[in-house]
Ligand binder design. Sequence first.
Ligand SMILES: Cc1cc2nc3c(=O)[nH]c(=O)nc-3n(C[C@H](O)[C@H](O)[C@H](O)COP(=O)(O)OP(=O)(O)OC[C@H]3O[C@@H](n4cnc5c(N)ncnc54)[C@H](O)[C@@H]3O)c2cc1C
Length: 676
Amino acid sequence: MNPKRIVILGGGFAGVKCARTLRAELRPAEAEIVLFNKENHLVFSPLLADAVGSSLNIMDVIVPLRQLLPGVTCRTEEVLRVDLAAHEVEYEGHDGTPRRLGYDHVVLACGNISNLNVVPGMADHAFPLKTVGDAAVLRTHVLQMMEKAEVCDDPEKRRWYLSFVVVGGGYSGVETAGEINDLVRFSTRFYRNITDDDITVTLIHSRDQLLPEISPALREFARKKMERAGVTMRLNARVMLATGEGVGLKDGFVPGGTIVCTIGTTISPVVEHTDTPKEKGRLLTEPDMRLRGRANAWAIGDCASILNAHDGQPSPPTGQFAERQGRQCSLNIVRTLRGEPTRPFSFKVLGQLCSIGGHSAVAEMFGLKLSGFWAWFAWRGVYLFKLPDWSRRIQVGLDWAWLLFFPRDLSHLKTDVTDRVTHAYYQPGDYIVRQGEAPANFYVIEKGEVEIVRTSPEKPEGEIIAVIGEGNFFGEHALVSNQPRNASVRARTVVEVVVMGRNVFTTISKSLAPLRKALTQAITRRTANFWTQRPEAMAALRDFQLAEFIEPPPHPLLKPTDTLEATTRVFADNGSDFFYVSADGQRLDGLVTLTDLIKAQGENTRAGVTVADFMVKSPSCLARTDSCLVAAAAFGEHGLKYLPVVEDTASRRIVGFIRARKLMTRVIRQATTPPV
Ligand SMILES: Cc1cc2nc3c(=O)[nH]c(=O)nc-3n(C[C@H](O)[C@H](O)[C@H](O)COP(=O)(O)OP(=O)(O)OC[C@H]3O[C@@H](n4cnc5c(N)ncnc54)[C@H](O)[C@@H]3O)c2cc1C
């Protein structure tokens, strides 16, 4: 008899338990067991927070699969899709080409993946905690923040370095907040300039209680204990956005030099592309864990939606359930191979354990409720026992014992990648770069507007010298000249930027001629213009009030729904070169120039073309309170003849416009007229 091939997709708790049990139950002559996993190790996720807090060595929370699973063919490869009709899995081979492997039975155990896109800005500014790489990067970042705080001479900035925000009050959020709090507070004695008062650790949770899985009395214990240890609780608080400065809530802003996001998961792409019924993205199974309507395909763990026959409830996405499903699924596969009836998944939860920092935990086990030191002791004992092999148990046990006598290890490997391109998100008022900083990045504005703010002996408090918006860039001058930043850049509206590291910037600007040309022009424009070269011109611009130059908006206002023909008539009947577009008659939504109109007439031969199709959307504009210096810089930057003026950037209520010619004539006249 040829051995049957059983392919398991995923080397997490569910897949590993399934593979182990199958190997124990079936002889090699009966079955070949193949396990695909993206990494070559199992991650023991309940201990990731310990690794972040330096309670454990980072390598102790992972176990190599091939050492853990003798007799199982372990393949460190990514599965691209499962072809249920052809009974084959398609995976990415070592050389990047897709290959296929047939199976007699397949088990999908690929878990889920973190999805920080649940909140605007979170993906750019927060740290996830799902993989061992995430834990290593977060630990390094926390320690780097402590080192920066130690040498920072600005007390406010130091407190910001030492502000840690954890989003999500489930197990991983609570454990991570507890561990970071312990690491930072217990280590202050090694830093001369950091005091306990400088540190804030904030745990933000959208419900009124932490840890919804455990009893109210234990939750309350956990909350009080953590608060006493210095963790600030923000319950019933929903995070609306994350920026480089912290997180925005409905009713305020929490500063955070470090943001950890433990909420938000999404299904893995291979699950998404599997052609089978799903519930909330998870693979729907029969009671025995077979995929609906399939005889030889099974799903277990976090990626599956499995009913628990013990209480008739859907199984929660926890390690405990994943392991138990792995075991029971493998036994059902064995029964199927032997022609015996399968059994429904059934599991009585053994207990709940959560460490809350400060050598304390909360636990509910076998009907007993424990809290404090003994619960913490039980927590460690249970997890030590749960580790899959003796070498790891001894290692972890020694790590924990070490900490009873010695302080946590504060050394860190620099995990910063040399260079990369990322996105960042800022709220109005956030600083993106600060004057005097060493140049590191180049920024391209994807959305919104920024203000260039410069302090000088005449204006030590700083003045806005320019405003730039979508499609524009900044940071080039400091990088090219290798000088400290000569101005700060502050978000004027909500801003999204693409951030390019120095090396990426240098490489692209060297090889891409149009970018090189645009940069040279920008540097010349921004450093050698008439205004900056002539102190008298600068002084004149500072003297003038923008209000002196504002003219009423051209009438009539266009609507986005106006047709091309109607717009043409407006231009023919009124002598303006441009008209504003506003849906509500107040807010500046767009602008149409004569050039835009002529272009639209040439391009749009189809009927039904409206202003919304060819207007300049959200054009650059000045706020009524802007200085003439900003107006002059904007004219220079955009090469425009006139600029709209609005009440403020939030409301964008139309006020009027100013002409470049009028402003410049006045400046030239004043700057070149000798005083009498
Ligand atoms: C920080 C943290 C703390 C936690 N604490 C607890 C706790 O205290 N108690 C508890 O019960 N649970 C806890 N959990 C939840 C628990 O870890 C999960 O429920 C459990 O890991 C789910 O197991 P799984 O096998 O379904 O998925 P996973 O453990 O996520 O494993 C899935 C595996 O599949 C691999 N994979 C995915 N797609 C592919 C592909 N296409 N090709 C190849 N390989 C692929 C992945 O790389 C991964 O190794 C915690 C989770 C986290 C993140």
